[in-house]
Design a protein around this ligand. Structure first.
Ligand code: ATP
Ligand code: MG
Length: 480
């Protein structure tokens, strides 16, 4: 039996992998049906013509026999009729009676009186004048008559009636034999078609199971088909394709690993450089202030200024490190199915209370509240806060902050738009990277934290911004 060898050492029977198809749509059914139909039509036509020919032959044979018999009867009774020898005439009808299929035979004189008959009761009776023509078919009977003439003068008539029952039963037997033959051909043809279809489709099912395995990611699948026909060639082509797919996939995987390693290293380098860059200035300020404080004769005003710098810069250092730790320690999102409108309203009202938003008009527009979507509420709150705070910080002179929630089929789209300063073009491509900032005191982690969280929700930020016009940042969630 054909089997599929899997790279994990399993062996799976091909038939077990076949999908559920309606029987009438299977190749097996169609093949058997077409063979059966062809057989039925061809054999039917052949048998029909054979039966017709045979019935014609049987009918003709009966007619010939009847004609021969009646001619013999006429010849045998001519002299006896002239001599009015009733004994000889009775002998003739007696001999006729012994012939197969004869039901009646009679000899009548020129007046129509029965002189001899196979039925003794008819002797002496007058028979009606015979109809025109020679052969008359009655129900299951064949009736003939022949005039006996001597020197052109009619001297009498002989009647003969033969049963066609035997003929009909012979015809019926021939027909039944033909039908049996059709049935037999039908059964044999269907069985042969079935066996053929099983042989073909078994290999197809094996191939189908293997294709499914490949589709499922198991590229180590190979088929072993016994067939040496086109299906066998297909199996060979399939194996070659699987081989090549596996080779390419391994190359891609190794390339990907190499690239991921390189990207990881680059990322670590970039992050280290960014952190170093971020902390270098405050750290230098701290070092200089400490050096200053170390001087014995430092004036009081300078000492106070140095302490103030030390205070501010160490706090800045702490904030940078805290932000970085927050960024590095984002936990896995725990997705719930809940309303997002209430959460947005909650963050919007917190933003309104923020002193930086004193001159900003914050509006929330929700298509159909409540609007349920899959999300982690704490994470989504942080994303919304980061985005809305950025928008507020982009409008130091005031402006409009518009948050919109719309549902489109299986998606809930949340967008945050402002008419602030916009993002400079040179920053737009890399704005979601960590430590990329356009603000003097910004850390550049707000958008990258938001992006990382959204990736855990299976989505990402989409940013449209024009300098001095405004910015719109949006993302999608899965609606429920
Ligand atoms: N709505 C906005 N309008 C204009 N510029 C924006 C907007 N949102 C973000 N930006 C720009 O993107 C930069 C990066 O933003 P991000 O939130 O990542 O960092 P940040 O705000 O600079 O610092 P923080 O880590 O404190 O959030 C911002 O400095 C700002 O220049
Ligand atoms: Mg920010």
């Amino acid at each position: 039996m054909s089997v599929i060898e899997l790279d994990r050492g399993q062996t799976v029977a091909a038939e077990q992998q076949s999908p559920r198809l309606s029987f009438f749509r299977t190749l097996r059914f169609r093949l058997v049906l077409s063979v059966a139909l062809v057989h039925a039509v061809l054999m039917g036509a052949f048998v029909w013509s054979a039966v017709n020919k045979q019935s014609e032959a049987i009918r003709a044979e009966l007619h010939n026999r009847a004609h021969s018999l009646i001619t013999l009867m006429a010849v045998a009774s001519t002299n006896a009729l002239l001599a009015e020898d009733l004994g000889s005439l009775a002998e003739v009808t007696e001999r006729v009676k012994q012939q197969p299929d004869v039901t009646e035979g009679a000899i009548v004189d020129v007046r129509g009186d029965v002189l001899a008959s196979t039925d003794p009761h008819q002797v002496g009776h007058r028979l009606p004048a015979p109809p025109d023509g020679v052969v008359v078919h009655r129900r299951n009977r064949l009736r003939l008559h022949e005039q006996i003439r001597v020197a052109g003068q009619r001297v009498g008539t002989v009647f003969l009636e033969m049963s066609t029952r035997h003929l009909k039963s012979e015809l019926a037997a021939t027909r039944n034999e033909g039908l049996l033959f059709i049935l037999l051909a039908l059964v044999v043809g269907s069985v042969a078609a079935w066996v053929l279809s099983v042989l073909i489709t078994r290999n197809l099912y094996t191939l189908m199971a293997a294709v499914r395995k490949i589709g499922g990611g198991n590229l180590g699948v190979r088929v072993e088909l016994q067939a040496r026909d086109e299906v066998g060639l297909l199996g060979g082509a399939f194996n070659a394709m699987a081989e090549s797919l596996q080779r390419i996939s391994e190359q891609v995987r190794s390339e990907h690993e190499k690239r991921t390693d390189a990207e990881r290293l680059a990322c670590v380098g970039e992050l280290s450089a960014s952190i170093a860059h971020e902390i270098r200035n405050p750290l230098s300020a701290v070092i200089n202030s400490v050096k200053l404080l170390d001087r014995a004769n430092l004036p009081v005003s300078d000492r106070a200024q140095a302490i103030a710098i030390l205070n501010t810069e160490s706090l800045r250092l702490q904030r940078i490190l805290n932000d970085f730790l927050d960024f590095a320690r984002i936990r896995e999102s725990r997705l719930l199915e809940d309303d997002v409108c209430a959460l947005i309203e909650e963050v919007a009202s917190l933003i309104r209370q923020n002193p930086q938003a004193a001159a900003v008009r914050v509006e929330v527009e929700c298509d159909a509240c409540p609007c349920r979507a899959r999300h982690d509420p704490d994470h989504l709150r942080q994303v919304l806060w980061n985005l809305m705070l950025n928008a507020v910080q982009a409008m130091p002179e005031g402006g409009n902050l518009h948050v919109r929630v719309e549902r489109a089929g299986r998606i809930v789209r949340i967008s945050i738009a402002d008419n602030g300063c916009g993002i400079p073009d040179h920053l737009l491509d890399k704005i979601v990277r960590p430590f990329v900032t356009g603000r003097k005191h910004g850390t550049g982690l707000g958008l990258s934290i938001a992006q990382r969280i959204l990736m855990q929700h299976g989505t990402s930020l989409s940013i449209v911004s024009h300098v001095n016009v405004g910015t719109e940042i949006s993302f999608d969630l899965e609606a429920v």
